[in-house]
Design a protein around this ligand. Structure first.
Ligand SMILES: Cc1ncc(COP(=O)(O)O)c(C=O)c1O
Length: 398
């Protein structure tokens, strides 16, 4: 008996492997400072939990429509639309089990085997995995460091496009880099999509996870609404990673297909969680503001300690909950073979656990700098200080 051939092309989110290594180290009695997973150690707000419990008590425990309950679709259309200055028909909203399934379903909807999809690399690793799993050509585009964070290398991106390219995945407020497009960069991406008649997946998982400035969806630019599918998730904004609730906001023909895929794959997203989603959207937003304040404090502590560490450097990001320092000199300083070895040494010498650039897509030819990613969403300020101070001393004394 053989397994399907396409499995050889299935990637994964290797950050989970880092979590296993950290858990193993901890189980041996060692202190671990978890900077590896983009999970949040802040509980879901009490009023959302109450709404979920009330929905269970109220018998919202059976199947419901594949595209989501109409009340949640309407609430999402209103909320996502008003925050982007756009108008959406609830029929364009398809509720999903978190944001991640939108990636898979979007690709299946627009990409035939052999077709190309542009995607950010470093980027959320599921893009590359799913493009290849479904037989597509993964066309990586890259970022370059600037005086003010990272920018998309637009010339390189244009050079990846072929006659077979059908779509681009665009993740403004980016994981793992925390890069944010300037208006001009976003307009250039939109122009490329229009010129080459591409579908767009706008991954907006972190749209509201920002500390300064304001977010703009690429879908608002002229000619973009009809080609753009927005990935939305409750995971980050409402600290609901384990509840698995998100949606796609898509052009009608795509929404229809995604809804049919839901019926095939899950039947529906957990019924009572959807009712809690309405409360999250329409209830008090104070817990979101409080969480962002907590995360801002963590960001500032983490960035200061990272920049005080010899051989590490990072710009302070205005959004997400990741920092992506250049660690090239620190890797050399401690005598690590490469950045993976550096991460392993750091865990064993200091308990600080993090992902590296290599967890976010295959490294591209010509990359000569090494980066690590620290997530500060799952670790308290005191532990950030303790962990990164220990880490700093370790690197400094090497
Ligand atoms: C860029 C990006 N997109 C999508 C997701 C998926 O989020 P969810 O947990 O809602 O599936 C994540 C999660 O970390 C992410 O970082």
């Amino acid at each position: 008996m053989a397994l399907a051939q396409r499995l050889s092309r299935l990637g994964t989110e290797t950050a989970f492997a880092v979590a296993l290594a950290a858990a193993d180290w901890k189980s041996k009695g060692n202190e671990v400072y978890p900077f590896h997973l983009g999970d949040i150690n802040i509980p879901t707000a009490a009023h959302i939990i109450e709404a979920m419990n009330a929905a269970i008590q109220d018998g919202k425990t059976g199947y419901c429509p594949g595209a989501g309950i109409p009340e949640l679709r309407a609430a999402l259309a209103r909320d996502i639309g008003s925050r982007r200055d756009m108008t959406f028909d609830p029929a364009q909203v398809v509720v999903t089990t978190g944001g991640k399934p939108v990636i898979t379903k979007f690709l299946q909807a627009v990409m035939d085997p052999g077709k190309g999809v542009l995607y950010p690399n470093p980027g959320f690793p599921i893009y590359e995995s799913q493009i290849e799993y479904f037989g597509g050509n993964a066309q990586a585009y890259r970022y370059v460091p600037t005086d003010n964070g990272f920018a998309i290398d637009l010339d390189h991106l244009r050079a990846q496009i072929t006659d077979d390219t059908v779509a681009i995945i665009y993740n403004d407020l980016q994981n793992p880099i925390s890069a944010e497009s300037t208006p001009a960069e976003q307009e250039a991406i939109a122009q490329i999509a229009l010129e080459h008649d591409l579908w767009v997946l706008s991954d907006e998982a972190y749209f509201e996870m920002r500390y300064e400035g304001s977010s703009r969806s690429i879908a608002t630019l002229p000619g973009m609404a009809e080609r753009t599918t927005i990935l939305y998730t409750f995971s980050k904004k409402f600290a609901m990673t384990g509840s698995r609730l998100g949606c796609a906001v898509a052009p009608p023909e795509i929404a229809k297909v995604l809804s049919t895929m839901n019926t095939n794959d899950e039947s529906c997203t957990t019924h009572y969680v959807q009712w809690a989603g309405i409360t999250a959207l329409e209830g008090t937003q104070q817990p979101v503001a409080d969480m962002l304040e907590t995360l801002r404090e963590r960001r500032d502590i983490a960035c200061e300690l990272v920049n005080a560490t010899p051989g590490l450097r990072v710009d302070v990001p205005r959004s997400t909950f990741y920092i992506f320092p250049d660690a090239t000199e620190a890797v050399q300083r401690v005598g690590a073979r490469d950045v993976s070895h550096f991460a392993e040494m750091a865990l064993h010498e200091t308990g600080v656990s993090f992902c590296t650039r290599r967890h976010f897509g295959r490294p591209q030819p010509g990359e000569d700098r090494e980066y690590i990613r620290l997530a500060y969403s799952g670790i308290n300020a005191d532990d950030i200080t303790e962990g990164l101070t220990t880490f700093q001393s370790w690197v400094a004394s090497a």
